[in-house]
Design a protein. Structure first.
Length: 248
């Protein structure tokens, strides 16, 4: 009977451990919702305040420009926070059905980079696309757009000023491969093991929010739902995220 007792005890301990981990994850999620709800107020209040000043008083043109720049900056921050709320609502992606179609990879990547153009300006960044002719992706366009959006925003946040973010799209024998590479601080080997974990948050990216800690975890989960892989490496001042998506 002794081996059976040991086995039962082991099962109960494992169950208790899993329940504790689940409780910790739920608490982290609840804390994050509270944090984001509080933080949403700040940029919104600033935007309303600046717009009221511009509407109700005669403001010199140079001051108008300064206020509009501040409003735009706060609006970008507000967008970032709402993105993080989106991440939380998509917390359990296993329940979301995939709507797979064949996607024009070149158009798809160009469209996403065009949408992010305003975010490049503060650090004077550029995006360089290197996509093979006829590049195709097979998957759920909406979810894959979320993956690329998260990876590119991550690259923008951690890029050196006046640098180039490189996006490539190429074919492997059985997969479509997309890479996002930026020049910036190296991610240590220890941190590379953690960056795809839910709620893991890196140090703040040069004056920007460090995010919800869900973006990369959700990106990886979406790619894996497609039967693909998402990996990261960081050497010699270059950080590269590589997506491999099967053709079927």
């Amino acid at each position: 009977l002794k081996p059976i007792d040991v086995e039962i005890k082991s099962i109960l301990n494992e169950k208790a451990r899993m329940e504790q981990e689940k409780e910790i994850e739920i608490q982290k999620k609840n804390d994050l919702v509270t944090y984001l709800a509080h933080d949403l107020k700040t940029p919104l209040t600033s935007i309303i305040g600046y717009l009221n000043i511009l509407e109700e008083s005669e403001v010199p043109e140079e001051i108008q420009k300064e206020y509009l720049e501040r409003v735009l900056d706060k609006a970008y921050h507000l967008e970032e926070l709402t993105d993080q709320f989106f991440d939380i609502t998509r917390f359990n992606l296993q329940e979301i059905p995939l709507n797979k179609t064949e996607i024009d990879g070149e158009f798809f990547l160009q469209q996403i980079t065009d949408e992010l153009y305003p975010l490049l300006m503060p650090k004077k960044l550029q995006i360089e696309l290197d996509i093979i002719p006829g590049f195709k992706i097979y998957g759920d366009g909406s979810l894959l757009a979320r993956v690329l959006n998260n990876l590119m925003k991550n690259a923008i946040s951690y890029s050196n000023e006046n640098s180039v973010i490189k996006i490539t799209g190429k074919d492997d024998p059985n997969a479509a491969v997309i890479t996002v590479e930026n020049d910036g601080d190296i991610i240590s080997k220890e941190e590379l093991k953690l960056i795809f974990e839910k709620f893991y948050r890196r140090d703040k990216a040069r004056g920007q929010s460090s995010g919800s800690g869900l973006g990369l975890a959700i990106a990886k989960e979406i790619v894996e739902r497609h039967g693909g892989t998402l990996k990261a490496q960081s050497t010699n001042g270059h950080t590269t995220f590589e997506i491999c998506l099967p053709r079927t």
